[in-house]
Design a protein around this ligand. Structure first.
Ligand SMILES: Nc1ncnc2c1ncn2[C@@H]1O[C@H](COP(=O)(O)OP(=O)(O)O)[C@@H](O)[C@H]1O
Ligand SMILES: CCCC(=O)OP(=O)(O)O
Length: 351
């Protein structure tokens, strides 16, 4: 039996678990405030390392066989399990392809691999790229859309749904909406995510902390007038948008609570987010000429019946709706590493 330490550091939370093969024996989810997750790469790595060390100490875990870590912003690559190596670490330390909590996951996986002398892997990182050329094209010759999304969870829940109905993922046409700190809506055509909004760069619905699609001209004017740097813009779009901009929190439960108490701003923001998610789902259906085999909603926000019902009302004309709240990321990370440890799959190499 293999003991796997599984690390999934998200934008609003840290999820850490110990698995015995596919069985999760210990798990913890820590929710973080905006301040806690706002530091530099070094500050974030130190903060999240402390969180992982506390987990190991509290549960008297002295060793394990391998580490499964969420994969960060690397160059666009195919799905699969990759050994964390120096080339990855170098790109992530330099934030070469952008900055996101998943970068810290991979970096910490690498650090712990050295400290414990055990291999560390990432599985289906956020940069898995299966986008169709048609979806990548923009109206500017020098600009292409990027595939940056919750690849791990979207694929895991899509496969899980296919299993439930005794079909194969590869024969289904699905729309998967991951509703978390960031929101991405993927078009899964025959087992490939042929279109999806870039979860970090001002595309798609706004979310607890993402700005979502913005009027480009107004954004450009704001950037110039406020003399923002590239890093400022990335932060504005990916860390300071959505509920953070409107209410100063990434906590959708708190915003929903305000809405339930009759706070008009919170009612409107919740409605607007549901409307934008619904529009993205409807837009995704166009790839399948307006239909799909199923719409799946997943992620932390999918625990909210209020939000899910608001979206379902608007999109159920397209296809049936299945809600799989939370995420299957921990299981999917572990399964990817077990496939390598059990020699069912060769680990891929990031060069
Ligand atoms: N029961 C719930 N009802 C509404 N929102 C929820 C619920 N549980 C978690 N959330 C919200 O989901 C978001 C986090 O989603 P999650 O998928 O865990 O995020 P991350 O992107 O950090 O992995 C937060 O805004 C959190 O408040
Ligand atoms: C980088 C795209 C995936 C994403 O947005 O993840 P979080 O919701 O965990 O921030």
């Amino acid at each position: 039996m293999a003991h796997i330490l599984t690390l999934n550091l998200g934008s609003t939370s840290s999820k850490i678990a110990l698995f015995d093969d596919h069985t999760c024996v210990i798990t913890e989810t820590l929710r973080h405030t905006v301040e806690e997750v706002s530091g530099t790469v070094e500050e974030q790595t130190a903060f999240r390392l402390q969180v992982v060390n506390n987990f190991l100490q509290n549960h008297h875990i002295e060793t394990f066989d391998a580490i499964a870590a969420r994969g960060g912003l690397l160059k666009p690559i195919s799905g699969g399990t990759y050994l964390i190596n120096e080339a990855m670490t170098k790109d992530l330390l330099a934030s070469k392809y952008g900055s996101h909590a998943s970068n810290i996951s991979t970096l910490l996986g690498g650090q712990l691999s050295k400290a414990y002398n055990k291999p560390a892997y990432i599985v289906d990182p956020v940069v898995v790229d299966e986008m169709s050329p048609m979806a990548k094209m923009t109206g500017l010759k020098f600009m292409e859309r990027r595939s940056i999304f919750h690849a791990l969870n979207q694929k895991a829940v899509a496969r899980n749904y296919a299993e439930r109905i005794n079909r194969s993922y590869e024969e289904l046409n699905l729309i998967v909406a991951h509703l978390g700190g960031g929101i991405t809506v993927g078009t899964h055509a025959g087992g490939r995510v042929v279109d999806v909004n870039d979860g970090l760069s001002g595309e798609g619905p706004f979310s607890p902390e993402r700005a979502g699609s913005l009027p480009a001209n107004q954004l450009a004017r704001h950037v110039i007038e406020s003399q923002l740097t590239i890093d400022d813009v990335a932060k504005l779009l990916s860390k300071r948008g959505g509920f953070v901009s409107h209410f100063g929190t990434t906590d959708a439960i708190a915003v929903e609570q305000r809405a339930l108490q009759g706070d008009a701003a919170a009612v409107l923001a919740y409605e607007a987010m549901a409307y934008q998610i619904s529009k993205s789902i409807a837009a995704a259906s166009v790839y399948f000429n307006g239909s799909a085999d199923q719409i799946i909603m997943t992620g932390g926000l999918a625990y909210s019946n209020r939000l899910v019902n608001m979206i379902t009302e608007r999109v159920q004309f397209i296809a049936g709706v299945t809600v799989m709240p939370g995420e299957k990321e921990m299981e999917a990370l572990t399964a990817g590493v077990l496939r390598v440890l059990n020699k069912e799959e060769q680990p891929k190499v990031y060069a």
